[in-house]
Design a protein around this ligand. Sequence first.
Ligand code: FAD
Length: 510
Amino acid sequence: MKKLRLILGDQLNIRHSWFEEDRKDVIYCIFEMRQETDYVAHHIQKVVAFFEAMRTFSKKLQKEKFEVIYYTLDDQKNKQDLSKNLMQLIQENDIKKFEYQLPDEYRLDCQLVNFCKELDIESESFDTEHFYTKREELKEFFKGSKQLLMERFYRHMRVKHDILMDGKDPVGGQWNFDKENRKKIPAKHVPPSPKIWSKDVKDLVELIKNQNIKTIGNIQEDDFIWPTSREESLDLLDFFLENCLKHFGDFQDAMTPQFWSLYHSRLSFAMNVKLIGPDEVIKKTIEKWRENSDKVKISSVEGFVRQILGWREYMRGIYWAKMPAYAIENFFEHDRKLPSWYWTGKTKMKCLQHAIGQSLNYAYAHHIQRLMVTGNFALLAGVDPNEVDEWYLGIYIDAIEWVEITNTRGMSQYADGGLVGSKPYVASANYMHKMSHYCSNCFYDHKEKVGDKACPLNSLYWHFMNRHQEKLENNPRIGMVYRTWNKMDEETKSNYLKKAEDYLKNIENL
Ligand code: FAD
C-alpha cells in the first residue's frame, strides 16, 4: 500500500523507527512554507536554521535511498499551506495511506487532525520517539493535585528513568543543587569561546528576502553559526561536555556584557528540531561526569540534567495539559504595549540593551537573560503577555510554541497565576548588580531609588508589588516583600510610585 509520510521542520529525527523500516512504497514529504514563516515575525537566523536543517535532513534521507519530496519555499508547486500541499501529493501519487508524527504544537495538531477527518483514505499518527514523556503523562502524574510542582515531577523522572540515582537515593545525597548554581562571573574570568560554524547561507537569505518574508534580527550570511545537522549537533554536545560542563553549574545564572553564551550548551535548537535526543544528551553528560568526577562537580551535572529531564519535559507536559486555554491567560490583566526598543536594543538600561542586542545578533540569550532581564522588565512594566509571547516566539532560534509559551506566559510573566512558577520572577536593580556586570557601565545608577539617574527597575519593582498586592500578598513566598512595603512611610512609598509612573509614561525613552 502506497504511503505518504509527513516530516515537519522540527521532526528531523533520524533515529525514529520509521527509518528502520522498508523503504518500498513510502514517500516522505518535507515542506518549506509561508504558513510557518508568517505566523509570527521570526528571527532571520531561525528561519535559515530551520530551512538549512530540513534541507540537510532531506538530502541525508535521499542518500540512504528513501524517496523524499521536498518543496523549497519558491517551488512552483508549493501551495504554502500544509493541508493543500499534502492533498496535492496524495492525489498526484495515488497514495492509499497518510501517516504523520504527532506535532509538538497545538495549532499543527488541530490542523492535522482536521485534515485527516476530511481524507477519504486511511491515516495514522505516530509518536515522535523524542521525549522521555508522552503528551498526557504529566497530566496523569498530577491528577488530583492542586499544585503542579516541577520538583516533584523531576524527582519522579529521575526514579522512573534511573538517572543520577544511587539505588533509591539521588546521587550526591541531594535531589537538587540549585543553591550552588548562582555565582557571579569573577572580574577577570574568561570562558571558552563558543563553538560556532561558519556556514555560507547566502542562497537561503536571498530566498527569504526575495519572497518578502518579514524577519527580525541580524545575520552574517557567510558566517552562519548554528548547528544544522546531526553530526554538528553531536559535535556541539562534545564541545559542551569537554569545555563547559565543569562550570555550567557555578555560572548558570551569571550575566555579563562581555560574553554571550558563557558555559551554556546552546543545544536547544538541535534538541527542539530533534537532530539529537534528550536521552543522548543526558547519557553522554553522565558518562563524561563519571569519567571526570574529580574535575566535574555533581552540582553541574545535576543542574544540567534538571534542565532537560526536569524543565524541558515538564514544560511540554504543561503545554499539552493546558492548551488551548493557556494561550490567553493574563492573571495580572496587563495590557501595555511592548516598548519599541525590544526590537532594536536602543535603551539606556545596559542589561536590556545587552540582552536584546545579543538576541538580535545571535537569536540567542541564556535562560536568566530571558527570565530576569527581558522578562523581568516586561512583567514589572505590565506588558500584555500577547506582546511578550510574540517577541519571544519570534526572536529565539529555539522558539517553538510548546516550550516558548510555557516559559514566557507561565514562568516569566506569571500570566497563569502561578501554575508554573510559585511566585512571579521579578527583581529590582539589586539582583541585576548581584548576578551581572551590567550595572557598572550603565547610564542609570543601580543604588539610586528615585533620583534622576535611578535605575528604573527599583521603582518599577515597588509599583508592580503595590498594584498587585491583592493578588499576591497571601503568597507565602512573597510575604516578606509586603512586610517591607507595608513598613515604609507614606512619603517613601509615594516617591517610588511617582517615579515609576514617570518612567512608565516615558517608557519609549528609557
Ligand atoms: P542550557 O542552559 O545549556 O540548558 C540545557 C538545555 O536545557 C536547553 O538546551 C533546554 O533544552 C533545556 N532547558 C533549560 N531550561 C529550560 C526551560 N526553562 N524550559 C525548557 N527547557 C529548558 N527554551 C526553548 O527551547 N525554546 C524557547 O522558546 C524558550 N523560551 C523561553 C522564554 C523565556 C521567557 C524563558 C525564561 C526561557 C525560555 N526557554 C526556552 C528556556 C531556556 O531559556 C532555553 O531552553 C535555554 O536558554 C536554551 O539555551 P541552551 O541550550 O544554551 O540551554
